[in-house]
Ligand binder design. Structure first.
Ligand code: PBG
Length: 329
């Protein structure tokens, strides 16, 4: 008697039948080296200060950020990205270019701690340092002045490279920023300092908790320079421009709401592609876990797997060190 037509000839379940076969055929892997840990370092803090909308994340002291870097390196994490929280802000973000500014001194501290074992990356943007909270300087009408901001980014990147950053990461979405930074680094002799460009960075509500993390007093919004969430094709253009200007790594941000953009960029770019699982993504999962609505470890690992599957070689995530420990088991 022949098999009735109602039984399936194709049985994908065979390759899901047990952990061994599932492991054998898994297409996507998340390893500790794929993860980059973003950290905040605040000026003049006596002790690490919790960030309420990001439970488990703190503003570090100069001491505690060294420790966090050492722990990340020991866990096999792929890199660390530093953000500075200065005690004083001004209209032009002077603390960003000052070798004694908090971000630059912390870059030096962290580099001394980890050497070349862990790539040290620096956020190259003015918003943490300006009193109006924008990523650039303002013109007489209060608009962000693209071309007046560019030389400051160049100066900031050089200060960061001099302080010890292996990688600078322009995140301000000014047109031409990558080219100006590349030229400034080369001119100052930092030919080997790499640029991780926030190429496709959207004007996202998911950066909300970051504002608390860096004590930002943003006036208005960033829609004249960050991308409209409605636009996917535009991301390809931004990436092409950044590659032309000398970007070594390109990034899509945020991650989970922009996986289609990430796939598009990964298909087009011939450099490593990063994605940033931002503060709001962290807060959203943390809040649901806190209520017992989601399983913490499974949800976090699934989110990272999805971001990798969509095309990210590198994932920035506030869970980097913790997830690395799970992945090593
Ligand atoms: C700009 C910058 C921001 C983030 C990283 N770099 C804030 C913004 O663009 O508004 C957000 C990161 C996050 O939300 O986790 N320096």
């Amino acid at each position: 008697m022949s098999t009735p037509r109602s039984f399936p000839a194709d049985r994908p379940r065979r390759l899901r039948a047990n952990p061994g076969v599932r492991r054998l055929v898994a297409e996507t892997e998340v390893r500790p080296r794929h993860l980059v840990l973003p950290v905040f370092v605040a000026e003049g803090l006596d002790a690490p200060r919790p960030i309420s909308s990001m439970p488990g994340v703190v503003q570090h002291t100069r001491e505690s950020v060294r420790k966090a870097a050492a722990e990340a390196a020991a866990a096999g994490v792929g890199g660390i990205m530093l953000f500075g929280v200065p005690a004083r802000h001004d209209a032009v973000g002077s603390g960003a270019v000052d070798p004694g500014g908090i971000l630059n001194v912390a870059l030096g501290d962290v580099r001394a701690e980890v050497g070349d074992a862990l790539p040290v990356m620096a956020d190259t943007c003015l918003d943490e340092f300006t009193d109006h909270g924008h990523c650039g300087v303002l013109d007489a009408d209060g608009n962000v002045d693209n071309d007046a901001t560019l030389p400051i980014y160049g100066e900031m990147a050089v200060a960061q490279a001099r302080a010890g950053a292996h990688v600078v990461a322009p995140s301000g979405m000014m047109d031409g920023q990558v080219g100006v930074i590349r030229a400034a680094l080369d001119e100052a002799g930092f030919r080997d300092t790499a640029i991780l460009a926030y190429s496709a960075k959207y004007a996202s509500a998911f950066y909300g908790p970051f504002r608390e993390a860096v004590d930002s007093q943003l006036q208005g919004d960033r829609r004249t320079y960050q991308q409209d969430p409605a636009n996917g094709r535009e991301a390809a253009r931004e990436v092409a421009l950044d590659l032309d200007e000398g970007a070594d790594i390109v990034m899509v941000k945020p991650a989970m709401g922009y996986l289609d953009v990430l796939r598009r960029v990964a298909d087009a770019a011939d450099v490593p592609v990063a994605a940033y699982q931002v503060s709001g993504e962290y807060a959203m999962i943390s809040a649901a876990v806190e209520r017992g609505w989601l399983d913490r470890e499974r949800t976090i690992l699934e989110s990272l797997t999805g971001i990798r599957r969509a095309g990210a070689d590198i994932v920035l995530t506030y869970w980097a060190t913790e997830a690395a420990a799970w992945l090593d088991r």
